[in-house]
Design a protein around this ligand. Structure first.
Ligand code: LMR
Length: 351
């Protein structure tokens, strides 16, 4: 092991241990907190409540716009009492670190991709199953169903109280060559989010999956450390992946959406009027943001097409069926972990 990799593995160990400590701590705090009858109760009128809200995408993405709107509406509703600091583009930290920081109370709100909660629950793996959701409408119908709604607060007892699901959009594949058929992916190194389902999906098409933080993807593509990746149009555009990926396949094979979560202990400690008011603001922002996400992604697609930097590959019905067939075994692989009932509920809520 060379010096760099020794340092890297030591850092990973330290970070891993810290993360486990954070999750244990969060669980203990949540258990000890018990929600408190009536919530936060009395607080000095001049106390200012600061919500630090870091995320990894650019300000113009669906998440970037929704986070900014949450800030504006929350501060307008509680002038001088609530301050929301939004840190976009991995400025403050990456997603993995934000899970830990929320548990430690260093930040107060996150909107992390559902794919990245693998360690905390298997339920959200349903959102990663390839071709399960034909559209954002299908995702939305599932999230609004009783089974989908129940997953929102499922990890509250582990330190992550879900307030909302926010959409980004449907994922596309990009690479150094036209990914027209699954065989074209053979041997390519694909960057994926930290998800075992996505790892299985890439293996299924003969690729080599590499889990990597979002903020490192552009450089890894540029230097050839990875060959390919999957993401939404808005992420591919705003993070300039299209400048270093000559081909993007319009595959819509999966979904990226977020759990907007807070630390339950922090949330319960807020005065009742503020907590309830912020939940109303969150509901408004969620409806506003989710209604715009498809349009933001379509605009990003149009911008990429116009740039001429990347060729957009369309799939014929037969080619699309070949991708669906190639990736489909992943469903069976993860059906027990996720729960067949949840997968069935997702299928049943297709519009
Ligand atoms: C990714 O890591 O590709 C996404 O989770 C980024 C995001 O937050 O949309």
């Amino acid at each position: 092991m060379n010096f760099d990799s020794a340092i890297h593995s030591r850092d990973s160990l330290v970070r891993g241990a810290r993360r486990i400590a954070a999750l244990v701590l969060a669980t203990v705090l949540v258990a000890g907190c018990g929600g408190g009858a009536g919530g936060g109760g009395e607080a000095a009128q001049d106390q200012v409540y600061l919500i630090k809200f870091p995320h990894v995408t650019a300000p113009g993405t669906p998440k970037g716009q929704a986070a900014q709107r949450f800030k504006e509406l929350a501060e307008a509703r509680f002038p001088g009492r609530v301050v929301v600091e939004v840190y976009p583009s991995s400025q403050l930290m990456n997603d993995d670190d934000s899970l830990e920081a929320l548990a430690f109370g260093e930040i107060q709100m996150i909107a992390v991709s559902l794919s990245k909660f693998d360690r905390l629950t298997h339920s959200y793996q349903v959102f990663d199953l390839p071709f399960l959701f034909p559209s954002l409408e299908a995702v939305e119908a599932f999230q609004a169903s009783p089974a989908g709604r129940a997953t929102l607060t499922e990890i509250a007892d582990r330190g992550f109280l879900g307030l909302a699901f926010w959409h980004n959009g449907m994922k596309q594949l990009s690479g150094p060559l036209p990914l027209q058929m699954p065989e074209d992916a053979d041997g390519l190194k694909f960057r994926i989010m930290e998800s075992d389902v996505l790892q299985a999906q890439v293996l299924q098409i003969g690729g080599s999956p590499q889990k990597m933080a979002y903020g490192e993807v552009y450089q890894a593509l540029q230097t050839g450390a990875i060959d390919a990746q999957e993401n939404t149009w808005s992420n591919i555009y705003s993070s300039k992946f299209y400048e270093v990926q000559p081909y993007i396949t319009d595959s819509n094979h999966g979904y990226i959406g977020y759990l907007v979560a807070v630390n339950p202990q922090f949330w319960q400690s807020l005065p009742d009027d503020i907590r309830v008011g912020l939940e109303e603001v969150m509901a408004d922002v969620t409806a506003w943001g989710n209604a715009r996400s498809a349009e933001i992604n379509q605009q990003a697609r149009a911008n990429i097409a116009e740039s001429g930097r990347s060729e957009i590959i369309e799939l014929s019905p037969e080619e699309l069926a070949a991708w669906q067939e190639a990736m489909r075994p992943v469903w069976d692989q993860f059906s027990d972990d996720i729960g067949a009932d949840l997968i069935d509920a997702a299928i049943a809520s297709r519009p």
